[in-house]
Design a protein around this ligand. Structure first.
Ligand SMILES: N[C@@H](CCC(=O)N[C@@H](CS)C(=O)NCC(=O)O)C(=O)O
Length: 222
């Protein structure tokens, strides 16, 4: 019986979960607003938080248990999914800490974009987003830290930290559904680029995105 993920068709917070399920060969139904007419109703009915519920939601194969909170779901999947015989969420406490810290760092980098969703004027919104990538600004600051951290990563262990970092950088990489992101923002980060190419070329990752037209930013760089 497959898992079911409820999320929008965009990458964002659902993508690390999709990728973890894929890397772990765990079959899942990818339910989105594009292929499910009752998405909004199901979200409210299924969410442990009721009316306040958000997506992503992961419905377990028993069809009864529903998980919410994207990074908690990712850790759950990481504990049951293995890649090349190793769990995506490491069992060694220090390795688990390092993977968690990478998730949290990538989230620190992503989170400043949230405030821009409320800006109604399109030009103002795009300017606010571009400003986040100016040297020293909120996203650029954490991109530099992420780049330095990835420079210390041997890029051999496939785990939830690497999955989350890969997905959150690529959330901003062109083509992205987020208007206003500077197209070349990632070019200067050598370790992020190296990490991207390592991860995007993992056979299961490469195969997963090869078939997807709307995920060019997740494919190996030319
Ligand atoms: N802390 C939550 C945040 C989830 C969240 O912000 N979900 C947004 C989409 S990215 C959502 O469901 N928006 C629609 C809604 O609130 O109804 C998580 O990490 O899962």
């Amino acid at each position: 019986m497959p898992y079911e993920l409820l999320y929008f068709s965009v990458s964002a917070l659902g993508e690390p979960i999709r990728l973890a399920l894929t890397l772990g060969d765990l079959e899942f139904t990818n339910t989105t607003t594009k292929n499910c007419e009752t998405f909004a109703e199901r979200k409210v009915a299924l969410s442990p938080y009721g009316d306040a519920g958000q997506v992503p939601l992961l419905i377990l194969p028993d069809k009864k248990t529903v998980l919410c909170q994207s990074r908690s779901i990712l850790r759950y999947v990481g504990k049951i999914a293995t890649h090349d015989g190793a769990p995506l969420y490491p069992t060694d406490p220090y390795a688990a800490y390092a993977a968690d810290a990478l998730v949290d760092l990538a989230e620190d980098m992503r989170a400043p974009i949230n405030a821009t969703f409320a800006i109604e004027d399109q030009a103002e919104k795009e300017a606010a987003r571009a400003a986040l990538f100016e040297p020293g600004a909120k996203i650029a600051k954490w991109l530099a830290v992420l780049d330095a951290q990835l420079g210390k990563d041997p890029m051999t262990a496939v785990n939830i930290g690497n999955i989350y970092a890969f997905c959150m950088v690529n959330l901003f990489r062109q083509p992205t559904f987020l208007d206003g992101i500077p197209p070349d923002f990632a070019v200067k980060y050598e370790n992020i680029t190296k990490h991207h190419n390592w991860f995007a070329n993992l056979p299961k990752v490469k195969a997963y995105y090869a078939a997807k037209e709307d995920r060019d930013g997740f494919k190996p760089l030319a």
